[in-house]
Design a protein around this ligand. Structure first.
Ligand code: FDM
Ligand code: MG
Length: 212
């Protein structure tokens, strides 16, 4: 009379500069994995659907102004408010493909000049990703791709600083993929790396917290 426990899902994050192709690749990866019969959901941060998310959204579209530290903590709180749901999805066997996470949180705020360690502190205790897929693209190339939008941060000089801080955050959970390759080729690499990660998690790789 053994109680079979469900193999857990994986927490897989996509990170990269604006226009690196993250959002399209997230969608492609989710449908590929679902097509394999896996339980998979697409998530993104900021999650603009919550009350905190709406404050963030209005800040990003320049409808409101907030102190740099306040907006940093709101981005973090927006992840904290989803932490419990995230954990229950993962432990019940659902894999989450997430467009941005704590790495965006730190890289974008540090690019404004906030202290790097101060930026990392509120992320401590959130669930650590099993895999971070970083779509690597030179800021100049990203800027050429149909240009940036009108939201805050979508400017070349700023994105260059963001890229530097992203590099400082790399750890063993990261896989850097060349975002300048053809879309299909990026897609294929992401599939393979993600499948590999999912099977490790199914085979008992433990869930841990940031920053470990
Ligand atoms: N961003 C995103 C941050 O500054 N901090 C964060 O914690 C997160 C998750 O918000 F410029 C920035 C990155 C980007 C902007 O993201 C909105 P999307 O992916 O374009 O919605
Ligand atoms: Mg954007």
């Amino acid at each position: 009379e053994s109680k079979t426990s469900v193999a857990r899902g994986s927490l897989i994050i996509l990170e990269g500069l604006d226009r690196s192709g993250k959002s399209s690749q997230c969608a492609k990866l989710v449908s590929y994995l679902q097509g394999k019969g896996l339980s998979v959901e697409a998530w993104r941060f900021p999650d603009r659907t919550t009350v905190i998310g709406q404050m963030i959204s209005s800040y990003l579209s320049n409808e409101s102004h907030l102190d740099d530290k306040v907006i940093h903590l709101l981005f973090s709180a927006n992840r904290w408010e989803k932490r419990a749901l995230m954990e229950s999805k993962l432990t019940s066997g659902t894999t989450l493909i997430v467009d941005r996470y704590s790495y965006s949180g730190v890289a974008f705020s540090a690019a404004k000049g906030l202290d790097f360690q101060w930026c990392k502190a509120p992320e401590e205790g959130l669930i650590a990703p099993d895999l971070v897929l970083y779509l690597d693209i030179p800021p100049e190339k990203a800027a050429e791709r149909g240009g940036y939008g009108t939201e805050r941060y979508e400017k070349l000089e700023f994105q260059k600083k963001v890229a530097e801080h992203y590099y400082a955050l790399r750890d063993s959970s990261w896989e850097v993929v060349d975002g300048c390759l053809k879309m299909e080729s990026v897609e294929e690499q992401l599939r393979e790396i993600a499948m590999n990660c999912i099977s490790k998690c199914q085979n008992g790789k433990p869930l841990v917290n940031l920053w470990s």
